[in-house]
Design a protein around this ligand. Sequence first.
Ligand code: NAP
Length: 293
Amino acid sequence: MQNIGWIGTGIMGKSMCARLIDAGYTISVYTRTKNKARELIGAGAVWCDSPKAVAERSECTFTMVGSPQDVRAVVLGDFGVLAGARSKSVIVDMSTSQPALAEQIAGAAAGKDVAALDAPVSGGDVGARNGTLAIMCGGDPKAYETVLPLFECMGENIALLGGPGRGQHTKMCNQILVVSTVLGTVEALLYAQKAGLSADHVIQVVGSGAASSWSINNLGPRIAAGDYAPGFRIRHFIKDMGIALDEAKRLQLSLPGLALAHELYKAASAQGLENLGTQGLYKVLAELNGLPS
Ligand code: NAP
């Protein structure tokens, strides 16, 4: 595979696509706001006017958009990837989306002799830039093997977890875990502030012990610096928690920690903070406690 398509060049997609360009692949690109693809076009990517036009030029087309509605539009819409996909090509959705939608896409693609993989990621903006993402894949093993060299440009820990939708289910496990570590990071640093400790010193010490997590080591320093810019937007986090809660309901599973975090983040969104990074919850809880943020 040499001709690769890329749809969605936000925080994650831009860095992931850039890594494929650096590796020498020929890239066709589309995203909703063309300006956000400017650097990729400058680096050699060819701009196309729709996801369909991208797919017509590509042996493998990646999508990295926002919500399940966005995935549905760019893959299954009239001018979507599937409308232009060549026979024997592969569609890979790397957005965090619904398992059932991944299954629907794989079914629709099979009807056109196209393979579809769901391959959501973990590792944040830092992992996307450095090519160190974890990639959780669901779908056909042959298609997975074909796409693996491309995944290897973007990630380090890459696995096929089963058929269509299994990548998204695994990502839900990831998000359920992340919810706890982000909330723990926010509360630990609130405690540090109130107790008169240096947040940086606390992060340095606890970040390598039993309480170590990606959240304390990556989001902790951002909170300490008052940096609430998005690596991962609150609105996407709320979307992910909603998907996980829907799936849990379907499985008749009670996940009270996840439900509590969902409520807290909905409050952050109601305060107009939905485009801050997930560490922005610190602002909400700091205000509740009468502390600066
Ligand atoms: P983002 O910055 O919001 O980027 C999403 C991009 O997709 C935006 O550029 C958006 O266009 C584009 N898009 C949305 N709908 C589209 C459509 N219908 N047609 C064309 N382009 C469309 O989000 P992100 O942080 O890169 O995250 C992307 C996905 O990865 C999400 O599903 C997220 O949950 C997941 N994820 C994110 C992280 C993270 O740390 N950021 C980590 C793991 C997984 P506009 O620019 O016009 O809005």
